[in-house]
Structures are given as structure tokens and as C-alpha cells.
Design a protein around this ligand. Sequence first.
Ligand code: PLP
Length: 393
Amino acid sequence: MADAAKPDIRPHNPDFSSGPCAKRPGYSLAALEGALLGRSHRAKEPKARLAEVIERSKTLLGMPADWRLGIVPASDTGAVEMALWSLLGARPVDVLAFESFSEAWATDIVKQLKLKDARVLAAPYGKLPDLAAVDPAHDVVLAWNGTTSGVRLTNADFISANREGLVICDATSAAFAMDLPWHKLDVVTWSWQKVLGGEAGHGMLALSPRAVERLLTYKPAWPLPKIFRLTSGGKLTEGIFKGETINTPSMLCVEDALDGLRWAEGIGGLPALIARSEANLAAIADFVGARDWIDFLAEDPKTRSCTSICLKIVAPWFTVLEADQQAEAAKKISSLLEKAGVAYDIAAYRDAPPGLRIWGGATVETDDIVALLPWLDWAYTQVVLEVSRQAAE
Ligand SMILES: Cc1ncc(COP(=O)(O)O)c(C=O)c1O
């Protein structure tokens, strides 16, 4: 059994939530001092700050020069919904649904947009769908990283370079932590509160030239509300991609996003961000590999996410419990850790199998992950002791 003694070392920062995610190391509110508060976002300087978020994000991510990037309402959900409602319906669509968020896009497409030619390529938590089934003549909707299962795509070989359809990629828990194959994608979305630890509420929508072409040549059969509209009078609303947001953004969040981007540039850009995240995954993999009570939810080690690191409890006593008892026992582990002040918000997502989800994005220090891990043994042991006590009564 794991050690019952409380570990001596504690994480310096106990924030391991999968969103909003930990602020960058050394963050303080002083980073926001230059925020253009009380100003119109349409005025020259505030608009320039919005454009700066766009330009710095593009450069940091290595986005191709002919792509457009805009700041849009309603976070990543807003960005994905804009893409789905603006672009889909022109041809059949394949949706990869392998955890809660990608399932939500499938529901939108099938039940709300009611697209007749939609195929849902589904897989249970822990697995990827049959990628070989993706048809290059179809549009494709996918999450690059399944935040609630901790399963990520490892490459884009299943996407044809000569595809006729568009690939709409929800990359909110992948952008800035994983290499994105831009040439195989047409729409990429994310939000500020994930890998760079920004403030929530704002979405990023990146469009390839092919996606823009679709916007200009196809008009959906359904009406589009103002916050989804990317065209006007048959023309692309170019201002969106230069910092002229559709509605009012928070200049405080903008300043915070810039702080995150500058921090990322300062530590060495995308390769450094990816390396930090991969180091966090590696630390957890070492720990899990040396334990027989815990394992990754992702079945194939290659698909293990380096951001939303999802773990399941595999001890025999646990696996024979009823589903609600499993959920309760797993929840107890995360609440013990929260009470001890060593890890906040690491219970598995509410719709996912019971377990733990530790955010390993770039703002999380590997030393903090390493300090947290012995506490998992500690909390698990407390739960085992309690279960044995209850069984003996
Ligand atoms: C893959 C994925 N898609 C969509 C969302 C929703 O993002 P937001 O809350 O930024 O709209 C999340 C949030 O965690 C996510 O992980």
C-alpha cells in the first residue's frame, strides 16, 4: 500500500485546475498596471493592444502568414460555435466525439444544426475514434486534445493534404502546449484561460484561406446571430482579424493575455512551452508507472495529453465498486488534497469516468507536480483506510 504519512514538501502553487488554469510563474496583479481601463476598445491605443494579442499569438504559434486570427466573444465555445454555424452544411461532416466537449460539438451538429449528412465517429473515454474512417471529401470537426479524457491526437496523418472538406479543430487545451499541424487544419480555436493562464471570456478564431473561401462562397440555410457573423454584404469582415472585435472585450483581460504572451516569448516561445508541458506529463508518467493503484485514462501511451492529464484508479478493490461508490471514493481523494491545500480542482470532469485530472500546461511548474505526487499516495491511502474501516464495521 502507498505511504500513509503526510509528505513534507508541498507544491508552491496548488493550482492544477484544467481551466481557468494556473497563472504563469511569478504572476502578480502588477502585470495589469498598464491596462487601458475606462477606454473605448475602438480607440486607437486599445485597438492596438487587441491587435497586439493577435500578432503575438500568431507569431508564438507559428501560424502561417496567410491565416487570419480574430478575438471573438464567448471564449472557446463561442469560437467553435461561430465556425460550426458559419461553415457547416456545405458538404457532409465527420465529427470525432471521444469525450465531453467533442461530444457536445456532435450534439450541436446533429441535434441543433440538424445536418443530415453528419457522421459521428465516436470512441469511449480513454480512446480515439477510428481515424481511418475520416473522409477527405467531408468537413471534419475535432478536438486536438480531449480535455476531459486526457486523450490527444498524435499526428494529422489521417487528414488528407488534398482534402476537399474543411477541418475545424477545437484546440483550446492544445494550443501553446502541442505542435499544431496548420497545413492539415482550416479552423483552429482556443481561449485565453488555458495553457498561458489568461483570464476567461474571450475566444480566438483562426481561419485558413480555405476557410475564408468557404465563408465567401457559401451561405448557411439558417440565420446567424450578430455574434457569429464573420461576413457582411458578401465580404469578409476583415476588421475582426485586426482587433475590431464584434462586441466589447475586457481591456483588463487583454492586458493579462498580453502578459501571458510576453512571458511565453521570454522563456523561449513555443518549444519551451511544449517542453514544460511534456516535462509535467513525464513526471506524472514516472509516478504512475511505479504504482499499481493508478493509471492513465488514455489507453495508448502515445495519446496521453500533456495538458489535461487524466488518471483513473485501477486498484482491484476500487474497480469492483458500484459506479456511484467509485465516484465518491475518487472525489474523496481530490477533496482531501484540496483540504490539505496541495491541489485545487483536480477531480475528474463531471461527465468523465471517476478519477483525477491534473493540469500540466506550461504555466504549471514541474517542481510543483513533483511535490504534489506523493500527496496522491497519501490521499489514496486515507481513502483505502476509510474504506477498510467501513468494511470492518
Ligand atoms: C476541448 C474543449 N472545448 C471547449 C471548451 C470550452 O471552453 P470555454 O469554456 O473556453 O468556452 C473546453 C473547456 O475546457 C475544452 O477543453
